[in-house]
Design a protein around this ligand. Structure first.
Ligand code: TXA
Ligand code: MG
Length: 333
């Protein structure tokens, strides 16, 4: 049942029950969500939450998303207004994270929000995440299951390559269907603000609650006054530099293509979506960045991606990775 040689497990009922027991005992589990893999701990246990930061080498000021089995459970921890109720009804379970005022009676560890008076909450759709939450009977705090500064994992192997044995178990749910992190939406201001573009688009959100405020991204990577520290430029980064909007590829470069094209001559090529489908491109993005991040490649040349729908989140991640490479390895977390 439990293979001692590896901490990767099939998501059988038994293994999910074992993982839920690890969570209740204060341990760490990596599990699939529809967006990316999460590194989860009992959100009500301060020590367990602290061990997430330790495993990731994450700066303490970066707060975590808390995952719940249902919106009513999320509503016990954070105060939902009318917009939050409408958004939860439209997009949960799914790739949307809501930043709300924390309820003072909430049992969620204060360390989760790293000093903020708000809580980021989400109900994930992935059946393995749902089963784990149901079995653990605890809200689960979970950042993406990678070391700080690396791209988010979209497969169990990515988690294993990044964090090795620090989660007691990695539940293998196959590749993540969305492949890009959840949209983080701040509802603590009269006009909602997208802090991080992600799997649910601005248009989809505005279709439910009307206009959102301007994004307050800090592409320069300033740490002070950044509402969502995950917006820091250096957060998403392969080691190889990225070259965006590429119309050709150098001999030692890898081409990360999008859609049909006639570009030839690089050292390697992968196509985010041969049919120019943004949903497919999002699902492939992190796996392909990892696959092309090889010592024999001088840079990754990325073809232009349209700035519409999920393309906004894809381009956001690509621009951050570019900033990070420009800033040099010392800037990486
Ligand atoms: O898709 C996802 O969101 C994945 C899966 C595992 O759920 N999780 C994820 O977590 O990407 P992480 O920790 O890598 O990114 C969480 C983002 C960060 O940008 C963080 O700063 C922001 O959410 N965040 C968390 N709590 C916040 C809060 N109270 N206020 C503002 N931003 C917050
Ligand atoms: Mg992350």
């Amino acid at each position: 049942m439990i293979n001692a040689a590896s901490n990767i497990f099939a998501p059988s009922t038994e293994n999910i029950a074992a993982a839920a027991a690890v969570i209740r005992e204060g341990g760490l589990i990596a599990f699939p969500t529809e967006t990316v893999y999460g590194l989860g701990a009992d959100a009500t246990n301060d020590r367990a939450v602290a061990s997430i930061f330790e495993a990731k080498d994450r700066p303490r000021f970066n707060p975590l998303i808390v995952h719940f089995a249902s919106s009513s459970e999320a509503g016990n921890a954070a105060a939902f207004d009318a917009r939050a109720h409408r958004l939860a009804g439209a997009f949960w379970p799914g790739a949307l994270t809501l930043v709300l005022e924390r309820r003072s009676a909430s049992a969620i560890s204060l360390l989760v929000s790293a000093g903020l008076e708000t809580l980021a909450v989400r109900v994930p759709a992935h059946p393995v995440a749902q089963a784990l939450l149901a079995a653990a009977k605890r809200p689960i705090a979970a950042p993406s299951a990678n070391r700080a500064g690396e791209v988010s994992p979209t497969s169990a192997d990515h988690v294993s390559a990044s964090l090795a044995g620090s989660p007691e178990m990695i539940l293998d749910g196959g590749p993540c269907p969305v492949g890009i992190e959840s949209t983080v939406l701040d509802l603590t201001t009269p006009r909602a603000v997208i802090l991080r573009p992600g799997g649910i688009t601005r248009d989809e959100i505005e279709g439910v609650i009307g206009p959102t405020g301007p994004a307050n991204a800090a592409p320069g990577g300033a740490t002070e006054g950044v509402k969502s520290p995950g917006m820091l430029a250096r957060h998403y980064a392969p080691d190889r530099p990225l070259r965006l909007d590429a119309g050709e590829v150098g001999r030692t470069e890898a081409l990360l293509a999008f859609g049909p094209h006639a570009i030839t001559g690089g050292a390697a090529e992968m196509n985010l979506s041969p049919s120019a489908d943004l949903t497919e491109a999002a699902a492939n993005l992190f796996a392909m960045l990892r696959a092309l991040d090889r010592p024999d490649i001088s840079a990754i040349a990325v073809m232009p991606i349209p700035e519409t729908g999920l393309g906004v989140a894809i381009n956001d991640r690509l621009r951050r990775a570019t900033q990070s490479a420009l800033a040099g390895p010392a800037a990486k977390g």
